[in-house]
Design a protein around this ligand. Structure first.
Ligand SMILES: Cc1cc2nc3c(=O)[nH]c(=O)nc-3n(C[C@H](O)[C@H](O)[C@H](O)COP(=O)(O)OP(=O)(O)OC[C@H]3O[C@@H](n4cnc5c(N)ncnc54)[C@H](O)[C@@H]3O)c2cc1C
Length: 530
């Protein structure tokens, strides 16, 4: 075997298992389909390479992978560091009462808690200091108070580095020129957040504590090898382990290759891991005994967005971290539904593009403060989207979607099979209706005019950045794909460790739970001497 472990994908599941196993002395290889980005190549700076195209990744291997299915679209990251580069940094635990059947009985909140804490510590999570709250956070607090639910408002933990001593006024112009820098615990250079508001398009100063700067950095410190732009195609059992086949993306070409390892950890995300196992079971038939439960009980995690217009209040949603706080109704006090409300930011990409181009230009090289201030002030006056509040939410939906791997009927049995999603809103509608009513109530109580999108009111179309499930945890192959240790039923030393194993909606941002499960899976692999 060339390696002890091959990890497929480098998001929360992949980065964390790779790091812990490398620390324990395993020889680890990470195969990641996306690029290795840095603060000079992020789309927020270059305004290009936005799209990952599933059908032609050798030509389009950009930032975000958007899949459009009937009534449900899914957006996910493609990068060394997975979704952590594109995400809004909220790092939060699920409520203890989520961990009931169909979760395996071995996994309880109390049992997971040390792993939750490990993720929080490693990713250095912290709240936005109160002296730096963006206007959105104040509106969240005002909204909760206005509907007499003030105790439900709370600032959330973010995987972002803040300097509490930063002298920050909400109306200061965005500035990417002079951030205060530091070296993080893994030896990587970062800066403290200056509220640029482009968390979802790549933080141009590296204030986000992303996986490439934390867990992956530590994995590499301990000898792990990371290969970017490697798309895994299939996994086959061989004597003593598994052979992993991949395409390397180079100069617009796909170049085939393979590596072997004793253990394989599939961590390609909810859609990616499920599709890879479908290919192994049904297309290449290399892992024919994978459970028939594959693809079942998929969840959108109840994500919903309602913009509201505030004619006489300045919200400036383009300033500050993309999400900062919640109003928590997870206790089912509203219409019997479990959900929580969050604020949402809108990145003002034009401003950052102009600033970055200016910095690189001949004018920028003059380091002329008058010119820099003029540019900054002009951008500030734009105050893009200034009077809009994006009210955001997650909720506990029915988790009854089904991922499939097949041709469309109109292909008449010809052409390649693709991932499909069967999604029926019927059983999940009550939680979305409750969220919409709460968004309207909060908007109206604070002087806003909610604008519920016709994509929902007319078409019931949704989009989620939080896909969950597909290779679900279970107690046997009859009700799941992997055991409570993440091991694929019937295939020793083959694991899934990512959002794909989560068997229910969480109703909160999922990355910390995915991370805690990955910590737990790595701990079991090491304890079992695998
Ligand atoms: C815009 C946005 C905002 C978000 N905000 C938040 C937030 O604030 N808080 C939160 O908790 N969550 C947030 N999320 C969700 C979060 O990013 C995901 O839940 C999380 O990243 C999932 O972790 P994962 O390990 O399952 O998969 P991912 O992080 O998606 O990692 C999977 C990796 O596998 C790679 N991959 C896929 N297929 C292959 C293959 N065949 N071969 C090799 N590599 C492959 C992918 O490129 C990717 O890097 C957000 C997501 C988006 C899109």
């Amino acid at each position: 075997m060339n390696f002890d472990v091959i990890v497929i994908g480098s998001g929360f599941g992949g980065a964390i298992t790779a790091c812990r196993l490398a620390e324990a002395g395993y020889k680890v290889l990470i195969l990641e389909r996306g690029r290795r980005w840095d603060k000079t190549t992020y789309p927020s700076v270059t305004n290009k390479d936005w799209i990952w195209k599933h059908e032609a990744p050798e030509l389009f291997n950009g930032w975000a992978d958007l899949r459009v299915f009937p009534n449900m679209s899914v957006i996910q990251g493609a990068a060394v560091g997975g979704g952590s580069l594109i995400y809004a940094n909220i790092s939060t635990e699920a409520k203890p009462d989520i961990f009931q059947s169909p979760w395996p009985p071995e996994i309880t909140y109390d049992e997971l808690k040390p792993h939750y804490d490990a993720v929080a510590q490693f990713m250095n999570v912290q709240k936005v200091p109160e002296n730096q709250w963006p206007e959105r956070t104040r509106l969240m607090r005002d909204g909760a108070n206005a509907i007499h639910e003030g105790q439900r408002f709370k600032p959330l933990d973010l995987a972002v580095s803040f300097d509490p001593n930063l002298n920050f006024a909400p109306n200061d112009p965005p500035a990417i020129d002079h951030p205060k820098t530091f070296i993080n615990a893994q030896g990587r250079k970062q800066a403290f957040c200056t509220h640029l508001g482009v968390c979802d398009a790549g933080c141009p100063i590296d204030a986000k504590n992303t996986l490439d700067l934390t867990y992956i950095a530590q994995a590499e410190n301990k000898g792990a090898e990371v290969r970017a732009l490697h798309v895994v195609k299939t996994i086959e059992p061989v004597s003593g382990g598994y052979r992993v086949h991949f395409d390397r993306l180079q100069n617009g070409q796909r170049i085939g290759g393979q590596e072997t390892a004793r253990l394989v950890i599939v961590a390609a995300g909810s859609l990616g891991s499920t599709e890879l196992l479908f290919r192994c079971r049904d297309q290449h038939k290399t892992l024919p005994n994978i459970s028939q439960f594959l693809g079942h009980n998929w969840s959108s995690n109840g994500d919903f967005l309602t913009p509201a217009l505030y004619p006489s209040r300045n919200i400036s949603p383009s300033k500050g971290p993309t999400i900062t706080s919640t109003i928590d109704f997870l206790d089912r006090s509203q219409e019997g539904q479990s959900f929580w409300i969050e604020d949402g930011g809108i990145p003002d990409l034009l401003s950052y593009y102009v600033q970055a181009q200016f910095k690189r230009s001949w004018f920028g090289s003059l380091h002329n403060d008058v010119l820099v201030n003029f540019i900054n002030q002009s951008l500030q006056r734009r105050n893009a989207f200034g009077n809009i509040m994006p009210w955001f939410a997650q909720g506990v939906d029915a988790a009854d979607g089904q991922l499939q791997f097949k041709r469309q009927w109109w292909q008449f049995g010809l052409g390649p099979k693709r991932s499909q999603l069967r999604w029926d809103i019927a059983k999940s509608r009550p939680v979305f209706d409750a969220i919409v009513r709460m968004h309207k109530r909060l908007s109206e109580a604070t002087g806003g005019e909610p604008m519920v999108s016709p994509t929902w009111t007319v078409f019931q179309d949704l989009i989620t950045p939080h896909p969950l499930g597909g290779c679900n945890l279970g107690t046997s192959a009859a009700n799941g794909v992997v055991s409570h240790k993440g091991e694929v039923f019937d295939y020793q030393n083959l694991y899934v460790a990512d959002a794909a194993i989560i068997p229910t909606a969480l109703g909160v941002n999922p990355s910390r739970t995915i991370g805690a499960l990955a910590e737990r899976i790595a701990a079991h692999i090491i304890a079992d001497g695998r």
